[in-house]
Design a protein around this ligand. Structure first.
Ligand code: MF3
Ligand code: CO
Length: 248
């Protein structure tokens, strides 16, 4: 069941989302080669708590950290650790916050130092596919219009869409209905309505779409070790079109 949110509830989600967005922005300035992924987690956890937020992923199904930090061939759900970030890495950062009972969720993939043009293109296309999806977040459209727009941005570039993970509704829970695949025909699924709040999150691999989960039960890597990118925004559907809540 899709839970529609009142204007007041959307504003509460927006508060959580702004904490996410400002922390991700601060992290972009902070991240440097030589840092460990754990240092990033510590930095952001403090920022969230200082703003009165609660890290949403920590403890979610026993996930042990504030951030998911997914480097290079890691698709999503990388656990912060002693892994040292190097010049030329791409670092996916996914962050969720709870404040006043409502969740916000967003992710970016950050290029560290000089990254090859080939890899930068993967990031550009993945981010572009997110915005193409968001643009379809129009009242009266259908959910799969979002999915289709993502797919149509990614596949002509020769990249592959990860199908094992999907976007989701968000509100008083991190994951609500509907699930939002990053592929599909348009014109299918529930009609988009004012009051829907959706986390759209394309995951795009440079090589094959297959994903393998490592022994920690979380870390999802590309099965062919190709690089992977992930961008996510939480948006609200309104009569006047989509509003991106997770940006500052
Ligand atoms: N943005 C991801 C999602 O919506 C992050 C979840 S990580 C977890 O699924 F640790 F909370 F599971
Ligand atoms: Co999400």
């Amino acid at each position: 069941m899709i839970i529609l949110k009142s204007k007041e509830e959307v504003e509460k989600i927006a508060v959580s989302c702004r904490m996410v967005a400002s922390s991700l922005l601060a992290l972009k300035a902070y991240i440097k080669p030589g840092m460990t992924t754990k240092m990033l987690d510590t930095f952001v956890e403090k920022k969230i708590i200082d703003q009165g937020g609660i890290p949403a992923f920590k403890g979610y199904r026993n996930y042990p950290a504030t951030l998911c930090v997914s480097v290079n061939e890691v698709v999503v759900h990388g656990i912060p650790s002693g892994l040292v970030i190097k010049e030329g890495d791409i670092v996916g950062i996914d962050l969720g916050v709870i404040h006043d009972g409502f969740y916000g969720d967003a992710a970016v993939t950050i290029p560290v130092g000089e990254v090859s043009d080939k890899v930068m293109h993967l990031l550009d296309v993945t981010e572009k596919s997110l915005y193409a999806g968001i643009d379809q977040g129009k009242e009266g459209g259908r959910l799969s219009d979002i999915s289709h727009a993502v797919q149509c941005t990614v596949e002509p570039e020769g990249y592959s869409i990860v199908t094992d993970f999907v976007g989701h509704g968000i509100g008083r829970s991190l994951h609500e209905d509907p699930q939002i695949p990053n592929y599909g025909d348009k014109g299918k699924g529930p009609r988009l309505r004012e009051g829907m709040v959706l986390a759209i999150e394309p995951m795009v691999n440079m090589g094959d779409p297959e994903v393998t989960i490592l022994g920690d039960g979380w870390t999802a890597v590309t099965s062919d070790s190709s690089y992977s990118a992930h961008f996510e925004h939480t948006i609200a559907i309104t009569k006047n079109g989509p509003i991106i809540l997770s940006q500052v």
